[in-house]
Design a protein around this ligand. Sequence first.
Ligand code: 4NP
Length: 152
Amino acid sequence: MNILMVCLGNICRSPLADGLLRKKVEEAGLTIGVDSAGTADYHVGSPPDSRMRATAKRMGCPIDDLRARHFVVADFDRFDRIFVMDKSNFSNVLSLARSKSDEAKVELILNLSHPNRDLEVPDPYFGGDQGFSDVYRLLDDATDVLLNELQK
Ligand code: 4NP
C-alpha cells in the first residue's frame, strides 16, 4: 500500500500530512509507503514552509527533511490512495486522471475524520500562526482515522 498526500505548493499542508502519517505508520510497525506532492511547481525542491516546520517540531513531528515535488501523472500508478487537502486540489488532480480507476484513488482527506462532509483543510500560507495550528489539529485527527483503517 502506498499513500500520497497532495496540496497546492507541497510546502504547508501535504508535507505535514505526509510527516504525520509516516510517523504513525512507523510507530505502528506497518510497511506502507507515504509521500506528498503539489499540484503547482512553484516550490519544487524547497523544504516545508518555516512556520509549518516550527509547528510540526513543537508538536513532536519534525518535517524538516521533506522536499517539495510536483504531482505527476505517474503518481496514479505508484500510489493506491491519493488524499487532497481541498476541492481545488481535487479538481486539479482529477483533471490529470486517465481512467475511472485513477479517479477512484482521489479523496478529500477530511472525509476521513468528517465522513461525507467534503470539508477542506484551509490553506494557511497567507494567514497567521493560528492557521498552522489549525492545520495540525485537522491533519492529526484525519491521519489517526487513516491509521486505524490501515491497521484493520
Ligand atoms: P500548501 O500552501 O498548498 O499547503 O503548500 C501553499 C503554499 C504556497 C502557495 C500557496 C499555498 N503559494 O501561492 O506559493
